[in-house]
Design a protein around this ligand. Sequence first.
Ligand SMILES: [Zn+2]
Length: 60
Amino acid sequence: MALKLYCTNCNYQFVPKTEKTPNRCPYCDKLGTIEKANQMQDLIDEVSRETVEKEEREKY
Ligand SMILES: [Zn+2]
């Protein structure tokens, strides 16, 4: 899986050309806003799974 990064300031997503994570957003040029997008997706998957479990429990 390619490492995907995103900017927390402007939500611009990109795949870095080198292995080194840039500390500056190539789109809005802000410093220190770059996060790994894949980790973010894992977090979203986990939250949505918990939501489904909760909804099923509330049926009974
Ligand atoms: Zn940005």
